[in-house]
Ligand binder design. Structure first.
Ligand SMILES: [Zn+2]
Length: 254
């Protein structure tokens, strides 16, 4: 599911700062399906969501790719139906560089969200965090709730700007946080594997797969409590694939 899809006639190719990028048609199709999810979203909102997902996932993968290049590799990026990949067959495999490469994707997303926040403030708009909305505010707010905290800013006149900000903050902060969970094949799963192997060179792989399986089951249960079919499906699949990999790994190491 998360391997590189084969090339198609509908692929879009371009490059950014010397890093080749390929966008598989399923990237647009799945992003559109998520945008249309159930309700009849106006076309402007659907367009805003697609642009925000494209920009955010590209930034995330560029974070990985820039570090892969820094560690001597020749990376390329593929955006596909389930997100993105920064593929590099020839970069440094040391623990330190692998952890930094994995962290760079979410890290660049958080940095991008921080730059957006600074841009909002630099245009003279208030911006802040709130845990409850019962307190009166001195401005007309727009915002969103991420990980239990409200991120609020003074509304821009154009609803499209507020919509785009909301999408960009949501994807860059939440996608970054989710990616740091110690679950395969997320970035946190790779970081967890490197740390487990460092501490336990023999059983590290099995330990990281167990952590991945239980963390994914935990997230699927969280998804159930949120009544989010997408979260349950995604983490249920990750738990299953961690279990299958664990079984295959055990069978091969006997
Ligand atoms: Zn990543």
């Amino acid at each position: 599911m998360l391997a590189e899809p084969p090339p198609t006639q509908g692929d879009v190719h371009f490059s950014i700062l010397g890093i080749p990028v390929r966008v598989h048609p399923f990237f647009w199709i799945i992003t559109l399906i998520i945008a249309l999810r159930g309700d009849s979203a106006p076309p402007a909102e659907v367009f805003s969501w697609i642009v925000a997902v494209f920009v955010s996932i590209l930034i995330h993968e560029l974070g990985h790719a820039f570090l892969q290049r820094r560690y001597g590799g020749h990376p390329r990026i593929v955006l596909h139906g389930m997100g993105g990949l920064a593929i590099c067959g020839d970069c440094d495999r040391s623990t330190r560089s692998q952890i930094l490469i994995s962290f760079a994707g979410p890290g660049v997303g958080f940095l991008f969200a921080a730059i957006l926040a600074m841009l909002v403030v630099s245009t003279g708009h208030h911006l802040g965090l709130a845990t409850d909305l019962s307190q009166p505010l001195s401005f007309k707010p727009s915002g969103l709730k991420i990980l239990g905290v409200w991120l609020l800013w003074e509304s821009f006149v154009s609803p499209h700007v507020n919509e785009m900000l909301s999408n960009l903050f949501f994807i860059n902060i939440l996608w970054g946080a989710v990616n740091l969970l110690p679950i395969y094949p997320l970035d946190g799963g790779h970081i967890s594997r490197e740390l487990c192997l460092l501490r336990h060179p023999r059983e590290g792989m099995i330990l990281s797969l167990r952590i991945s399986m239980f963390a994914a089951i935990g997230m699927a249960i969280v998804g159930l409590s949120w009544q989010s079919f997408l979260v349950v499906l995604m983490f249920g699949y990750f738990a299953y694939s961690s279990y299958k990999t664990l079984e295959a790994y055990r069978a091969s190491s006997w």
